[in-house]
Ligand binder design. Structure first.
Ligand code: ADP
Length: 182
């Protein structure tokens, strides 16, 4: 699925984010920037040690990355030149600001990319794996936040992709996005 939003191509596809050719890919990181399982582990494995090395430096300088925020490193050996490490919330019932923190993780990533002049980026489904955020709810927040940002910043990006790992996740994002575009 592909739509045009204020001059930016917004694409949803099923696939592996580590092989995307966008200028940046977004990682679903943890606040310690220590790497982990899921998409985080896959990105570090594919990109090599240069990514963890820069994460370590950021950790020393600013003690990691708060939930809802993002930091940027090299993409190492990835096709993508940069990795934006976004920290989504751990789901704990929905009364601890999880919705706002998830929206903030997407917004912070877009803001960082725009500041760097990055023209294309790929997002995974942040927080819906090990962090257990309910999928449909996360898909609604992710798509709404990105669509709103693209409308607020027309032409800031050539392309934004959601790269979803399974057919089930792709379908959740597809039906969520349909609510925001004709
Ligand atoms: P979190 O800790 O934020 O929940 P996870 O990595 O556990 O992050 O899961 C987030 C999403 O990323 C899940 O939908 C998972 O299936 C997906 N995922 C795992 N590996 C990849 C990959 N290589 N490319 C894209 N998505 C992936």
């Amino acid at each position: 699925m592909e739509v045009l939003i204020s001059g930016t191509k917004l694409a949803l596809l099923q696939g592996d984010i580590t092989v995307q050719d966008t200028e940046a890919i977004v990682n679903a990181a943890n606040s310690g920037l220590l790497g982990g399982g899921g998409v985080d582990g896959a990105i570090h494995r594919a990109g090599g040690p240069a990514i963890a090395e820069e994460c370590r430096r950021i950790r020393e300088e600013q003690g990691g990355c708060p939930t809802g925020k993002a930091v940027i490193t090299t993409g190492g050996r990835l096709k993508a030149r940069y990795v934006i490490h976004a920290v989504g919330p751990v789901w704990s019932g929905g009364q601890r600001g999880e919705d706002e923190l998830l929206a903030s993780a997407y917004r912070s990533s877009l803001e960082l990319a725009r500041e760097k002049g990055i023209r294309s980026l790929s997002f995974p489904s942040i927080s819906t794996g090990a962090y257990r955020f309910p999928l449909e709810r996360a898909a609604g927040i992710a798509t709404r936040t990105v669509v709103e940002y693209l409308k607020e910043h027309p032409g800031a990006f050539a392309e934004v992709r959601f790269v979803l790992f399974s057919p089930e996740v792709l379908e959740a994002y597809r039906s969520a996005l349909k609510n925001f575009v004709r």
